[in-house]
Design a protein around this ligand. Structure first.
Ligand code: RB5
Length: 143
């Protein structure tokens, strides 16, 4: 299951990504927000991070206006590695190299068609499991 959430700045893009998940048959759970009324992105970062850390969700997708605030918030939570990605190359590389468990996007930055390709790449790319990357991720955990 993929956990997905947004703030008001990411609401429209979240709806597009959810429509794609429904078309594709990708299992997901929507953690809000459910309208364009202003909310605080850290609250939604926390919900998705908890779903990923508990094992309820395999990965997470977080969307705010820029993707920046919500990725900063998610990365404060130990065990979360959240990558802000607006291109397919970065989405693939962050899975291969960083074993990231959440992707963040900016709903005011990227269009839906491109965002869906970025998200699909993130979700379908496995971690490389290469020694050098395992070592570097362990060093992140020790910081
Ligand atoms: C909300 O206006 C906006 O600040 C938020 O969506 C995000 O861009 C923060 O980083």
């Amino acid at each position: 299951m993929i956990a997905i959430a947004c703030d008001h700045g990411g609401f429209a893009l979240k709806q597009e990504i959810i429509a794609h998940f429904k078309e594709n048959g990708t299992p997901f759970k929507d953690y809000g927000c459910m309208t364009t009324d202003a909310v605080d992105y850290p609250d939604y970062a926390k919900l998705v991070a908890e779903a990923v850390l508990s094992g309820e969700a395999e990965k997470g997708v977080l969307i705010c206006g820029t993707g920046i605030g919500i990725s900063i918030a998610a990365n404060k939570i130990p065990g979360i590695r959240c990558a802000l990605c607006h291109d397919v190359f970065s989405a693939e590389a962050t899975r291969l190299h960083n074993d990231t468990n959440i992707i963040a996007l900016g709903g005011r930055v990227i269009g839906p068609s491109h965002a869906i390709k970025v998200v699909d790449t993130f979700l379908s790319t496995p971690f490389s499991n290469e020694e050098r990357h395992i070592k570097r991720i362990a060093k992140i955990e020790e910081l």
